[in-house]
Ligand binder design. Structure first.
Ligand code: SF4
Length: 310
């Protein structure tokens, strides 16, 4: 075990992703924010959102005093908006700082097993194993097991828990990838029990996306766009394009995916029926618009430029 720990940490020192902005801080709020943003979103997409969010809300307390609409506006385009609502609710409950105890963290809105352990390990250096998708895959293959969570705590390097967790995470992202793992470059190669057949320890998504069609109205009048406050669970509180009557010759169409749906959106030039909200185009960057509005307004075909959208 000791040799494996050492080999992993040596590799991490040389190859780890040390320059990610949330890796250069020990501020629990910043680490918490990054962990929430990274759920279901790729690292490359998160960096810009993370920096913009912190510029506006540099502390937990500033987030606690914010208006939810402003929080959602900064989240716009990142998807899974429940994360933003939970973040805001947690800030309001905690006020100045996050608790240090795992069980206290778990009681906060949206903080599950993974996020609580990540905060404990990355912000507070506690000897707690963190198991995200990458780590789960590495441990599954390393110990040739289909229940990697069970071995995570036992394998934890309690002298360097934070580095150990981050190293496993990076190993999964950079070397022990879902397909075609680079076993010949792996620091755990000598210890790995699943390297002959890594694919059999890879969790596959069984979910097949359902196809859907949506017809939406894009209507701009006197420099204002007609939007609707969504009551749908996923987009609750966000501004979306109102529904349109399906008609031949839509002005544009595009694809959009979320959760289990693969949606084809058709845009129609139709004046929507009430209830709608009129949002000035020059104020749109401050409005909590959903990802579909954002995509529609940046379609090259429509020649509408929204360069200052966040
Ligand atoms: S040897 Fe291969 S399968 Fe095993 S942990 Fe390393 S990359 Fe993954």
């Amino acid at each position: 075990m000791e040799k494996a720990h050492l080999s992993l940490l040596e590799w991490f020192a040389k190859e780890g992703r040390h320059d990610l902005p949330w890796r250069t801080t020990t501020d629990p709020y910043r680490i918490y924010l990054s962990e929430v943003m990274l759920q279901q979103t790729q690292v490359e997409r998160v960096v810009g959102y993370y920096e913009r969010f912190l510029k506006r809300f540099p502390t937990l307390s500033s987030l606690a005093h914010a208006d939810l609409d402003e929080v959602l506006a900064l989240w716009s385009g990142l998807g899974y908006y429940k994360r933003a609502r939970n973040l805001h609710a947690t800030a309001r409950i905690c006020g100045l700082k996050l608790p240090k105890e795992y069980h206290a963290l778990r009681k906060l809105p949206g903080i599950g097993e993974y996020t609580a352990s990540a905060i404990c390990s990355f912000a507070y250096h506690q000897p707690i194993a963190v198991v995200d998708t990458n780590i789960s895959r590495v441990l599954g293959r390393l110990f040739a097991t289909h229940t990697p969570k069970k071995v995570a705590q036992e394998f934890l390097n309690t002298s360097h828990p934070k580095k150990h967790n981050l190293a496993l995470m990076d190993l999964g992202a950079l070397v022990c990838k879902p397909s075609d793992p680079k076993c010949d470059r792996c620091p755990l190669h000598a210890f790995c029990q699943g390297k002959e057949d890594p694919a059999s320890y890879t969790k596959r998504s069984s979910q097949k996306r359902q196809k859907k069609e949506l017809h939406l109205a894009l209507w701009i009048e006197d420099g204002q766009i007609a939007l609707r406050r969504s009551g749908q669970r996923l987009y609750q509180g966000l501004l979306s394009l109102p529904p349109a009557d399906p008609a031949p010759n839509p002005i544009a169409s595009f694809r959009h995916s979320y959760t289990k749906y693969d949606i084809t959106i058709y845009l129609h030039r139709q004046r929507p029926q009430s209830p709608i909200e009129w949002i000035r185009l020059d104020q749109l960057h401050q409005a909590p618009i959903n990802a579909i509005v954002r995509k529609a307004l940046t379609l090259p075909k429509l020649s509408i430029s929204f360069a200052n959208l966040p």
